[in-house]
Write a protein that binds this ligand. Structure first.
Ligand SMILES: Cc1ncc(COP(=O)(O)O)c(C=O)c1O
Length: 391
């Protein structure tokens, strides 16, 4: 049994989440449950693998090993019924880097790129900062779950958009797209010649009763128009190692990507990351399954806590991810008001929803990847401070 209740003091470790309270929120006493990393140690095998590399003492230029790629292939075969070939894998420093390269490589300046909002905020950045236009397909909220608006998607494709950034599972909202939903999306992409970048970083973090379907696993035809962006970093809490990879069976898409990495001299392997990823995929399975139980427990706890203490707030039950999406519109606060409530009155930091797009206004996103005692304290602080707005 792994211990997901142990408090690990992450302050003064250069933590993005724990060491920026003063700078970002002007309050050192904030309890931070925002940026998506976890307050847990990675699986022990990961630490051991990194320690073995540390011991070597010579930190020279490195190459990716066959066993690293094989660990990835085995993992996706075993966990996701997706048969990939080692040759389809290319390393990239990060998923957002891969998304940004894809926008740059597969579209022209001024082109439209489709995203489905609300969505992880760098999706907007990689489109806008590469001088492309956001073609927004707002998700439809139906029975407490997001659904895709296929009619609007088709109109965007008819309007000329040739690239789509898919978030699968979806952040925020934690939606696990169903096979039929992905198939319907795929049919439109094939009909209109749209390339798909499928960001599947949350794929391993499904909650009980839900199964992730890799978009590229649906058919050979769809695999040929897809670049899947993946990483072990979200699954095993390794984001500080800055490592990810893409999978594409289309040599043209993959070739363009590799050329870009070479042009920026990002094609050499990290010294530490491959061993960490390999150990995580080969030896981290039990850890992950226990983590998922812990996250599921935290999600259920938060849902019932809020239903009891702050019923005005509507919670989307996540199907995957360790993120909880709260509809706080009944509190009647705008973005500045919600920030004031969190940072000044409650002394907690969740993500403020408008950064995920206009559809996220009035929402907050809570990071559940923490010990239950931390979550309890954050919910207590928040619901106590929010109560006066809910009346
Ligand atoms: C959907 C999604 N993509 C990408 C990332 C970040 O990936 P990376 O750190 O590899 O750029 C996150 C992190 O929260 C995410 O939620």
């Amino acid at each position: 049994m792994y211990d997901f209740e142990r408090i690990i003091d992450r302050r003064n470790t250069r933590s993005y989440k724990w060491d920026q309270n003063e700078k970002l929120f002007g309050n050192k006493d904030i309890l931070p449950l925002w940026v998506a990393d976890m307050d847990f140690e990675s699986p022990p095998a990961v630490k051991e693998a990194i320690l073995r590399r540390v011991e070597a003492g010579v930190y020279g230029y490195s190459i990716a090993s066959e066993s690293y790629k094989q660990a990835i292939v085995n993992w996706f075969g075993r966990r996701h019924d997706w048969a990939i070939q080692p040759e389809w894998i290319t390393d990239s420093p990060g998923i957002v880097t891969s998304l940004s390269f894809s926008v740059e490589l597969f579209t022209q300046p001024g082109d439209e790129v489709i995203l489905q909002s609300p969505v992880y905020y760098p999706f907007y950045d990689v489109i806008k900062m590469n001088d492309r236009k956001v073609a927004k397909n707002p998700l439809i909220l139906r029975n407490g779950r997001y659904e895709m608006d296929y009619a609007h998607l088709e109109s965007l494709m008819q309007g000329g958009a040739k690239l789509l950034l898919l978030c699968n599972p979806h952040n925020p909202g934690g939606t696990v797209w169903k096979r039929e939903e992905l198939q319907q999306l795929g049919e439109l992409c094939l009909r209109y010649g749209v390339t798909v970048i499928s960001d599947e970083i949350h794929c391993d973090l499904t909650l009980p009763g839900h199964k992730h379907i890799p978009f590229a696993s649906l058919s050979e035809e769809l695999a040929n128009i897809t670049v899947t962006t993946l990483a072990a970093t979200k699954t095993f809490n390794l984001p500080g190692l800055q490592t990810s990879f893409i999978v594409s069976r289309n040599p043209e898409l993959q070739g363009k990507f590799e050329r870009k990495l070479k042009a920026l001299s990002l094609h050499m392997s990290s010294y530490f990351a491959p061993e960490a990823v390999e150990a995580a995929y080969n030896e981290g399975e039990t850890w992950l399954d226990e983590l998922r139980q812990h996250i599921a427990g935290n999600a259920e706890y938060a849902i019932s806590y809020l239903a009891e203490h702050l019923p005005a707030v509507k919670v989307m039950r996540p199907e995957a991810t360790y993120l909880l999406w709260l509809d706080c519109r009944a509190l009647g606060l705008d973005a500045a008001g919600l920030k004031n409530l969190m940072y000044r009155e409650a002394e907690v930091a969740f993500n403020e929803g408008s950064v995920f797009g206009a559809e996220g206004e009035g929402h907050l996103r809570i990071n559940l990847a923490c010990p239950r005692s931390v979550l309890t304290e954050a919910l207590l602080r928040f619901s106590r401070a929010a109560a006066s707005y809910a009346e």
